[in-house]
Ligand binder design. Sequence first.
Ligand SMILES: *Cc1c(COP(=O)(O)O)cnc(C)c1O
Length: 297
Amino acid sequence: MTKTIQLHGSDVQNAAQRIKNIAHRTPVLTSSTANKIAGAELFFKCENLQRIGAFKFRGAYNALVQFSEEQRRNGVLTYSSGNHAQAIALAASLLKIRAVIIMPEDAPVLKIQATKGYGAEVLTYNRYTENREEIGRKLAQEKNMTLIPPYDHADVICGQGTAALELFEEVGELDTLLVCLGGGGLLAGSALAASIMSKKCNVIGVEPEAGNDGQQSFRTGKIVHIDVPDTIADGAKVTHIGNHNFDVIKRHVHEIVTVSDSQLIETMKFFAERMKIVVEPTGCLASAAALHHAYPI
Ligand SMILES: *Cc1c(COP(=O)(O)O)cnc(C)c1O
């Protein structure tokens, strides 16, 4: 198991300084209809309107902007099913760093095309038979490139946490913060932000029902590995949460709950029809928990 360094809320504040004026400060939307359904006052942090269409740009840029001269020359390598790939590709192109991305061959075609569009080289692998972490480690070693994994990395976690930091800055303290959970980059970062901005806030991770490895890990106190889950939340099709992530989650997260794919679809419809915004399935996890009462708020 990799050794983890202890992260703090101040690390998220430092990340916020690094990405300032480069990542978008995304809007916070409200909906009286959503409030009525949830029986609570909800604030939606719209990271679907972030650069590349997801919060992943925050963590990617926070990691790459700290590269040494030598790391910049040799380039960055990563593996991702989608949004982290695009995030690394865009951040690398802004910083003029070469990027190689390993993507599952069944990743959404749009996400593969977008990643190439930002100028990255894309290699594909079979997510059911090959281990992307092994492929990544080997390639990084051979080519002397720096591997920035999608969630199990301190700079990625702290970058992702800047979204929640902005939310607290804008709306003040909250009783509950529901966070979409795949590998735990966003959840760990958000929990660190909450630990300094809203100390009494209950931070809750929300996973797809089919992939509740995070919930199992949280309840047993050990990282649980599962098979690739079958869910429309493609950004949460991970088999286990990360070490750095779990370290923070154990310290700062209160509960992990799940929602079903049909609840995700209903939530996507709600966003499209009532709030006129397009949100991908994985980005609906937290909202689905509020609208379908997966956690009492
Ligand atoms: C990556 C991603 C998630 C999950 O984030 P983790 O940091 O892996 O937990 C959720 N929603 C969207 C849209 C994502 O791109």
